[in-house]
Design a protein around this ligand. Structure first.
Ligand code: SF4
Length: 733
């Protein structure tokens, strides 16, 4: 669906906003879309981004012709260097190593690690490949590091997990938006336009220990920033909920009609009166009360959570507390109001629905559910007994690498665990202790550099497929250029390997055929895609392009182009969930009591110990394997920087620009000190985009949330000291 010759309508390769863009191919080689052609990116009108793109999106095409691009399979020889080999040899070698590993250690000694950036088709086929071609239960993915706590909380409360259960454009009518732990102004800038109405009404409330770019949006009367001590978000939410209950602000008819568990939650928040919460969080009691009252005012209220409150060892409980608050206020499923969580990775939503999670089958089905197993086995044409049971969540899977009884041969697709996994040094040791590591990537990422065999795969603008954005809206990804001759699609790789391994089912390599099978496998599941097809997605886009003016009003009103799941065959999809019922059997939502493990004031950390928070920068995406290679992004942000409060820095003798060491029992990170009042004096901030000595995840721990398996990324105890003084100090300026 192109508006002009050489132009392809598609979506950004990076985050879950999936901004709509047009790729225009021109110059020599344009006719064949070859690598010599040049590709221009322009923003495309779409409800979510309304033509806007961020710097990452604008510069995304630079990677298509990047000199680092992998163009042939690479085998690591005894000299420790990678050398090109043929595809036949690469695939034969994989078959031999898989068979040998299975024969010696059993099928679960082969593992698969997937990614939240893979298309729906790849995520689906990867789950099937692991379970039927490899015969292993050991598959999980990096979405476990992003969305698992929010997903667990959503499933617990609503019986269903879709990040935003309403179109993003609904936020345009909000008077009040409470954003907890999300820095969209940096991570997905075009999102900010949807906050404008709430800002105009003075009702944007941002909860973040850091004065982030998003918190800055509350200045000049646009709202307020609550700056709790790290790891006290749950206490803060309980305090707001306490006020809502005790001061009669709940939506009683809604709570009575649509929820279970009210009495338990009332009891659980009773001990969390504002003054006590203030002593724990540092947020003034007055602001806790004001926030509760503002949320209860009529006129449209939304509560949104992000990784800042979810990436903790109690992340599921914190997200649950946010949902409890939303339910007591009567927000979920009430038009003009809502609760949602903001997905991060490009296909973080679809990637968690179709089978690459350790405990899931396609359609968001539980792998332990006999009916789900029977349905999927029927679609795959295999006996149910051939589908293994649940595997290990990501952190446990990575901890098992090379261990007795653990994974000895690992496939990695769309993930850079050497940088992105917590306790990264131990993950690196695990990767190095494997008998065989295969990594599919288009660059030699830090994980690919460790691989015995690297397989070059396609980039986003070279492939067809679908992605599901943060609203649960299924979108078409389209090929605009031809890939380098030596690169292959991951669907092709899985299909060829399945043949070589004599898998007991068919493995198509055409994306539309895979999607057709995915639709059948998802039919009747929570994430039912059975009524969605490529022709429909293309036609909707075509209509939108032809009749943009006419459709625009509808898009703003109804969510517009794309297909929102659940989308059973014969339906017209579900832009807004929960209007009449929640997904539990009785149709009611569950209020689930939660409590922090400690009520001690956070400031009681030992002297000199600071709390490290990690997060993203405007310029980079995830592990940075792609964006660190984009010249414009790299020139703005090329090295690890530590944000530290000026008072804290003064106490440690650190000047702006000094090279510092950030350390704990797991390792040391080097960074350039950047003095900033945006962080609290008890905290410091590092991004997680840099490898090697700048890798923040060398410091993070393997502790995980007991419900979701989410690692504790956001609060790590560290010490900071000067490694090399600032230049100005050296020359005595
Ligand atoms: Fe949009 Fe996200 Fe891409 Fe930026 S990175 S252009 S916000 S999809």
């Amino acid at each position: 669906m192109c508006s002009s010759p050489g132009a392809t309508a598609t979506h950004c390769p990076y985050c879950a906003l999936q901004c709509a863009m047009t790729l225009t191919v021109s110059g020599p080689g344009a006719a064949s879309s070859s690598a010599s052609a040049s590709v221009e990116v322009s923003g495309r009108d779409f409800p979510t981004n309304q033509s806007g793109l961020c710097r990452k999106g604008w510069s995304s095409a630079e990677l298509l012709k990047h000199p680092d691009r992998l163009r042939e399979p690479l085998l690591k020889n005894d000299d420790g260097e990678h050398h090109p080999i043929s595809w036949d040899r690469a695939l034969g070698l994989i078959r031999d190593r898989v068979l040998a590993t299975r024969a010696r250690y059993g099928a679960d000694a082969v593992g698969v690690f997937g990614g939240g950036g893979l298309t729906n088709e790849k995520a689906y086929l990867l789950g099937k490949f692991a379970r039927l071609a490899l015969g292993t239960s050991r598959i999980d993915y990096n979405g476990r590091f992003c969305m698992s706590s929010a997903a667990a909380a959503g499933n617990r409360a609503f019986g269903l997990d879709r990040g935003l259960p309403f179109p993003l454009t609904d936020l345009g009518s909000a008077r009040t938006i409470l954003m907890l732990g999300s820095n969209t102004a940096d991570t997905m800038p075009p999102f900010v336009q949807h906050l404008q109405a709430a800002r105009d009404a003075g009702g944007l409330i941002v909860v973040d220990p850091r004065r982030s770019a998003t918190a800055e949006l509350t200045s000049e009367g646009r709202g307020r920033h609550l700056q709790p001590a790290p790891k006290t978000d749950l206490a803060l939410l309980l305090g707001i909920t306490h006020v809502v209950i005790m001061e009669g602000l709940i939506d009683e008819p809604y709570v009575h009609r649509r929820t279970n568990g009210y009495d338990d939650v009332v009891r659980s928040v009773a001990p969390w009166w504002p003054e006590r919460v203030s002593s724990v969080t540092g947020v003034p009691a007055r602001l806790i009360r004001e926030t509760a009252h503002r949320l209860a005012e009529p006129g449209g209220t939304y509560i949104l959570t992000g990784r800042g409150v979810e990436q903790h060892a109690n992340g599921t409980d914190t997200a649950t507390a946010a949902i409890n608050l939303a339910l007591l206020l009567g927000l979920p499923g009430t038009p003009g109001n809502g609760y949602g969580t903001l997905t991060g990775q490009g296909n973080g939503q679809g990637g968690r629905e179709h089978g690459q999670k350790a405990d899931q089958l396609p359609g968001y089905r539980k792998i332990t559910d006999p009916a789900a197993r029977k349905h999927v086995a029927g679609v795959w044409g295999v006996p149910e007994s051939l589908i293994p049971g649940p595997g290990l969540p990501a952190v446990e899977l990575l901890a098992s690498l090379g261990q007795p009884g653990g994974v000895r041969c690992l496939f990695v697709h769309g993930a850079n665990v050497a940088v992105s996994a917590p306790n990264a040094s131990s993950v690196l040791m695990g990767l190095r202790s494997l008998d065989f590591l295969v990594v599919c990537d288009f660059f030699l990422s830090e994980t690919a550099a460790e691989a015995d065999l690297v397989l070059p795969v396609l980039q986003w603008a070279e492939e067809e497929g679908t992605m599901t954005n943060l609203e649960g809206r299924v979108l078409r990804r389209r090929a605009a250029v031809s890939p380098p001759p030596g690169a292959r699609s991951e669907l092709w790789i899985m299909a060829r390997l399945a043949e070589l391994l004599e898998a007991p089912s068919s493995f198509p390599d055409d994306p539309e055929t895979v999607f057709t099978e995915l639709r059948a496998a998802s039919a009747g599941g929570l994430a039912d895609y059975s009524g969605v097809d490529y022709a429909m997605l293309d036609a909707e886009l075509h209509d939108a392009e032809l009749h943009r003016g006419e459709l625009h009003g509808r898009e703003l009103h109804d969510g517009g182009a794309g297909a929102y799941w659940p989308y059973p065959a014969g339906s017209s999809g579900t832009p807004r969930l929960f209007l009449d019922r929640f997904a539990h059997a009785d149709g009611r939502a569950v209020l689930h009591p939660v409590a922090p493990s400690s009520s001690a004031p956070f400031a009681s950390a030992p002297d000199g110990v600071l709390t490290l928070m990690t997060g993203r920068l405007l310029e980079h995406y995830q592990s940075g394997a792609q964006t660190r290679r984009v010249s414009d992004l790299h020139s703005t942000s090329s090295e690890q920087a530590l944000q530290i409060h000026p008072v804290t820095a003064a106490g440690l003798g650190i000047l702006d620009g000094a090279e510092v060491e950030v350390s704990n029992e797991r390792g040391i990170v080097r960074a350039v000190a950047r003095l900033s009042p945006a962080v609290r004096p008890d905290s410091v901030f590092l991004s997680f985009h840099f490898p090697g000595t700048g890798n923040a995840n060398v410091l993070t721990s393997s502790e995980t949330d007991p419900v979701s398996g989410m690692p504790e990324f956001k609060t790590t105890q560290v010490l900071v000291r000067v490694h090399r003084p600032a230049q100005s100090e050296v020359v005595g300026v």
